[in-house]
Design a protein around this ligand. Structure first.
Ligand code: NAD
Length: 311
């Protein structure tokens, strides 16, 4: 199978460095017209420079592809809207949005300032949301859209010293879950990536050159391309790193009905059964959990819900 992006227009945020640069290059190699967005700041989000985005756009053009550079700060909705307008003016549509831009301000929660917490949430959560918002109407009108949000193992599983980053990255999953449902009617598919790669973000944590080589950003991008391709799934969290790919899911244990008058002691006494993973499932949406709990209660109490609803 050969996946092509011929005729597709893609916006990649944070495309001037690391993972975003590779996503841009690989999309362009397969025919996409690419808006390489990058504020060109430092790892902690300070500063700005147009050169990062420009050099990647130039690299694509030099290889015969089509690309424009854009220096919008994704935390600024007006700048993001102008970027989308520029893409549409040049190429008529926006098919793909790869939300990749991000920063780090790691500190233990005890030492974390609220400014550092808010800044990280602002870039990852509000920056991503701005970009989704700015393309949403266009994708609805086109009845076609592919959106990727970049989460992280830190958001899914947790990492010491990253309360701001982990919270923001977990929020990506919440955003994906809901946009998946709201976009489905318009063939807008929304997925999340949890990458791991030897970029400047991980530089200080990897001391082996061999491991750095294995963890190339280029080894992650094929997963991104699949998640924004025509045949993409939707509402998937894809882990990718060093050439391996895996899907993360959130499961819910079957649970135990303890009665609406259950006490804290009952919860404690039944903890093992409540937490027992045997028979756990990944629920399709929030309503399924409510439905499950009501059904468990009705079954335990001998209530016929169908009869109750008809009455
Ligand atoms: P990177 O620092 O190399 O690249 C991030 C890019 O985003 C930079 O070029 C930066 O200028 C840009 N950027 C930052 N703030 C911006 C803003 N407000 N507007 C526009 N551009 C902005 O880092 P990377 O490792 O390539 O990270 C890419 C994404 O992957 C990030 O979202 C990061 O959180 C995520 N991630 C990376 C790893 C990893 O192992 N490298 C792991 C988990 C998640």
């Amino acid at each position: 199978m050969t996946i092509s992006f011929e005729g597709r227009v893609a916006i990649v945020t944070g495309g001037g460095n690391g993972l975003g640069r590779e996503h841009c290059l690989q999309l362009a190699q397969r025919g996409a017209k690419v808006v390489v967005n990058d504020l060109g700041g430092s790892l902690d989000g300070s500063g700005a420079s147009a050169s990062a985005a420009e050099s990647v756009a130039e690299e694509i053009r030099a290889a015969g592809g089509e690309a424009i550079a854009n220096g919008a700060d994704i935390t600024d909705l007006e700048q993001v809207e102008a970027m989308v307008a520029e893409a549409k003016a040049k190429w008529g549509r926006v098919d793909i949005l790869v939300n990749n831009a991000g920063i780090l301000r790691d500190k233990t929660f005890a030492k974390m300032t609220m400014d550092d917490f808010k800044k990280v949430v602002d870039v990852h959560l509000f920056g991503t949301t701005n970009c989704c918002k700015a393309v949403w109407e266009t994708m609805r009108e086109q009845s076609y859209g592919r959106i990727l949000v970049t989460s992280s193992s830190s958001g899914i599983y947790g990492n010491f010293g990253q309360s701001n980053y982990g919270a923001a990255k977990a929020a990506m999953i919440g955003l994906m879950n809901v946009l998946h449902y709201e976009g489905a009617k318009y063939d807008i598919r929304v997925n999340a990536l949890a990458p791991t790669a030897a970029t400047r973000m991980l530089e200080d944590l990897i001391d082996s050159e061999k491991v750095k080589e294995l963890m190339s950003p280029a080894s992650v991008s094929p997963g991104v391309l699949y998640l924004v391709s025509e045949e993409a799934p939707s509402r998937v969290i894809l882990g990718a790193g060093a050439g391996s790919f895996a899907v993360s899911r959130i499961y819910e244990s079957p649970g135990v009905f303890l009665g609406s008058d259950a006490t804290v002691d009952d919860v404690a006494a039944n903890w093992e059964a409540i937490a027992d993973p045997a028979g756990q499932v990944a629920l399709a949406n929030g309503g399924e959990q409510t439905g499950k709990f009501v059904e468990m209660a009705a079954t335990a109490l001998g209530i016929d819900l169908k009869q109750e609803q008809a009455a």
